[in-house]
Ligand binder design. Structure first.
Ligand SMILES: NC(=O)c1ccc[n+]([C@@H]2O[C@H](COP(=O)([O-])OP(=O)(O)OC[C@H]3O[C@@H](n4cnc5c(N)ncnc54)[C@H](OP(=O)(O)O)[C@@H]3O)[C@@H](O)[C@H]2O)c1
Length: 284
């Protein structure tokens, strides 16, 4: 099976590509827009295809002779600006006679989810459903990883301010998401299904306790309003309200989603938030 991963130079794509190389996944290639971002170590071990989500012809060319495309969306917002990526992905895959697409989605996608990107994920899954393609739809939970860089700021404030109230949020590391995806492609019987790659759910009080322990200083949970949070992190412009809309989903209980898909696929438990932070914070 000839496999092509898009978005390989991004945060998640890098984890998947490194694991694919380490696990010696056969016929694994990448489709990227900026060759200069490809690490030297990959250049001798991978076929590299240049393509852009906003240029369908470049995607058709990159997808030729590929059986499986693993698609990582960009981080463009709002939703409607990202939609052409889905159209181009599906049309290019059909034109290049790709047999299977794996779409990497996000779990904030329920029909009542206020997350501003939820319409995009809803569209993507339904657009795949009306296509001629076979597909696997992977929904991932919230990344743990950004908390490593955020922890010094939290330590300085002495508080965790996410506007989530008593809601729980499920977190997983990018490394574990990549492990789940590698396990799916290593066995063809895993294809054609819908997955939730999740870790563990935490209240923000529980998360604040974990952060206090790892940072060795008290961090209390003191939520601020959605509006104040959006204004505080509005860089680039428009990102603050987007982020706040995600935490609103958390407050509504919509990010408290668990599944045992990771364990079934990999035979292992996902890493806990505490273990992840202990292992990564000391190196940061
Ligand atoms: N689970 C979570 O908590 C969480 C958090 C944030 C985002 N996400 C989702 O996870 C996905 C990936 O996240 P990430 O952290 O890996 O993001 P990222 O680091 O920004 O990676 C995105 C990748 O897409 C590529 N890309 C962007 N626009 C492209 C275009 N027009 N043509 C071709 N390639 C393009 C980027 O290429 P360049 O390297 O050239 O920029 C990069 O390789 C996104 O879809 C996002 O919605 C999830």
């Amino acid at each position: 099976m000839n496999i092509l991963l898009t978005g390989a130079t991004g945060n998640l794509g890098t984890q998947i590509t490194n694991q694919a190389i380490n696990e010696r996944v056969h016929n694994f290639s990448i489709g990227i827009r900026n060759i200069n971002k490809v690490p030297h170590a990959w250049r001798s071990s991978l076929e590299i295809n240049k393509m852009d989500y906003f240029n369908k012809d470049s995607m058709v060319k990159a997808f030729k002779n590929k059986d499986l495309i693993i698609f990582i969306p960009s981080i463009i917002h709002p939703s409607f600006k990202r939609l052409p990526e889905v159209e181009n992905l599906i049309e290019a895959a059909e034109e290049a006679h790709v047999s299977h697409v794996m779409f990497i989605g996000y779990y904030a996608d329920q029909n009542n989810n206020p997350f501003h990107m939820s319409p995009y994920f809803g569209y993507a899954e339904r657009r795949l459903a009306i296509s001629d393609l076979n597909y696997t739809y992977v929904r991932m939970a919230m990344y743990m990883d950004p908390l490593v860089d955020y922890l010094p700021e939290l330590q300085q404030m002495g508080k965790l301010i996410y506007p989530v109230g008593n809601g729980k949020i499920n977190y997983i590391s990018r490394k574990d998401i990549a492990k789940g995806i590698i396990s799916i492609i290593q066995s063809p019987k895993n294809l054609g299904k819908r997955y939730l790659l999740s870790g563990y759910s935490y209240t923000m009080t529980e998360l604040a306790e974990i952060l206090s322990h790892v940072a060795n200083s008290e961090i209390k949970y003191e939520p601020i309003s959605l509006e104040a949070f959006g204004n505080m992190y509005d860089e680039p412009k428009g990102f603050g309200p987007l982020l706040a809309s995600m935490y609103k989903a958390g407050e509504m209980g919509l990010l408290n989603q668990d599944s045992n898909d990771f364990e079934i696929l990999t035979g292992k438990k996902p890493e806990t938030f505490e273990s992840y932070l202990i292992n990564n914070y000391k190196d940061a």
